[in-house]
Write a protein that binds this ligand. Structure first.
Ligand SMILES: Nc1ncnc2c1ncn2[C@@H]1O[C@H](COP(=O)(O)OP(=O)(O)OP(=O)(O)O)[C@@H](O)[C@H]1O
Length: 244
């Protein structure tokens, strides 16, 4: 095939859109989320915001396929992309930092001779080189989060989900996570991330999804959301007045 005609692989433009259609989640007959419709396309950084209990984590878990909707449909409009998810409290194996990474590489089919070098590169990239032999579970919160990001980095996800990845971190660690998010995006990864931090959302978002009481209130370009939110709920949220 002529190279000029080939779809670029590093811009994220080829990532299948993700569609939520009339999606609801109920628990013992009680509605938790929806019904909601949402479509995420392109290679954007979408920040999901809303008060405690609004349904942000549910939305991410649905998107990543960790939870099935009670009704409606969550589907990729095309080839299901490679995905990774980073949680507020990282889920790490009871092994050394480097072994957490070589294990992920083994699972993703990387030949054994390449694994250690690639894991070391990722550790260095996330400032963890001196800690490679340390048990992952004794790392500090910020170090664990960087290890989780390093692991995600190695799998070259086309879509990265992050659920409140910085809520327990100090300012330097928060900055490291935000820089990593920008690096993923520069490499062509679509980002879907929840946060409670308005300033963080201002720094990172291309567009904002606002949830409130399990309902999708608005999905708005960031520039517009932070200056002229479309809804009264959006306006109240920015004033810090939207509570559960
Ligand atoms: N497995 C579950 N069983 C029952 N209820 C659940 C379950 N998971 C979530 N919920 C409820 O669904 C609602 C939305 O939860 P979710 O975790 O998505 O909120 P959130 O917006 O991420 O909140 P926070 O900002 O506090 O993390 C909450 O009322 C929660 O109690």
């Amino acid at each position: 095939m002529n190279d000029m005609l080939r779809q670029p692989t590093d811009t994220g433009t080829g990532i299948a859109p993700l569609a939520f259609e009339a999606v609801t989640v109920t628990h013992r007959g009680q509605p938790l989320l929806g019904p909601l419709d949402l479509r995420l396309a392109g290679c954007h950084r979408t920040l999901v915001m809303g008060p405690n209990g609004a349904g942000k984590s549910l939305l991410l878990r649905l998107a990543h396929g960790l939870l099935a909707p009670s009704a409606g449909r969550v589907s990729w409009e095309g080839t299901t992309p490679r995905q990774a998810m980073v949680f507020q409290r990282p889920v790490l194996l009871k092994r050394s930092a480097i072994d957490n990474l070589t294990y992920a590489l083994a699972v993703s089919g990387t030949p054994r001779p390449e694994r250690r070098d690639r894991a070391r590169e990722a550790l260095a990239r996330f400032g963890l080189a001196p800690l490679e032999k340390r048990p992952a579970r004794v790392l500090s919160g910020g170090e664990q989060q960087r290890l989780a990001l390093a692991r995600a980095w190695l799998t070259r996800p086309e879509v990265l989900f992050l659920d409140e990845p910085t809520s327990a971190l100090d300012p330097a660690a928060i900055r490291a996570v935000e820089e990593a998010v920008l690096d993923f995006h520069r490499r062509g990864t679509r980002i879907l991330m929840t946060t409670h931090d308005l300033n963080q959302a201002r720094r990172l978002a291309d567009d904002v999804v606002l949830l409130y009481g399990g309902r999708l209130i608005e999905h708005t370009p960031a520039e517009r959301f932070f200056t002229q939110p479309r809804t009264p709920e959006g306006q109240a949220f920015l004033r810090g007045e939207l509570v559960w």
